[in-house]
Design a protein around this ligand. Sequence first.
Ligand code: ADP
Length: 278
Amino acid sequence: MFRRTRTTEPARSAEALRLVKVRKVYGSAGNAVTALDDVSLSLPAGSFTAVMGPSGSGKSTLLQCAAGLDRPDSGLVMVDGAEMTGGSEAALTKFRRRRIGFVFQQYNLLPTLTVAQNTTLPLKLAGRHVDRARAGEILAQVGLGDRLGHRPDQLSGGQRQRVAIARALVTEPAVIFADEPTGALDTRSARDVLGLLQRTVRVHGGTVVMVTHDPVAASYADSVLFLADGRLAGRLTAPTVDAVAERLAHLGDAVDHGANPAHHGGANPARHDLTAGV
Ligand code: ADP
């Protein structure tokens, strides 16, 4: 799915994502909340990173700013060696459509489109050639090669999320951002989806950044970044479930175990229209 020979894109930068002093403040004066407090980080291409932290620590804001769905108040976001911050709204949208893929908790598939049409929608929106054979190829890789003509409501939650992953992969993005991708799934479907994200990185050389509150999900990543109060509060490489859970516990007693699912699942659809992340 990331075969470079198929496209005319230039070679990939070794650094998939860089944030330099990214700052985001909501509200003003008396009731200002610093959601991101000068966050800097660098993620190499071909890495799978989980982002964790207590509720309100800035995970969603980090993802929104890093993925170009929202703009930081200051600081720099570089994706695949190119600066994303700055420029017009139209330029940002174009940049996002070319270089970034999204997977959301609630799938965000368009109900009137078939599985194949949902998968190729990002190509269409980017004005690129829509190759139906390619949709079939990618859907086969996520185990849905026999469902091209189905509608989302004819699929299980796990299958819908696999379509969302196929849709995220179709443009061969530099980074795929996943926001609680297993939050609405049963254990087995969650495992399938996490395995797929892992394969995207290990087999196909993609880069995945995943916000999650679940230590099991985080253990599929190569490393975990912890956030607290809008700042990076540590990093764990080769994470195990126990090590992640322990680190989270030490971040404070406000550790989020999904007590407020509406916040997690609602973050993206509530703030953005359905095709913003396509
Ligand atoms: P997390 O995803 O870790 O739960 P968020 O990034 O959603 O954290 O939020 C970080 C902080 O910013 C929180 O204090 C939250 O209340 C605040 N915040 C997030 N979005 C908004 C918004 N649109 N308006 C005002 N405050 C916000």
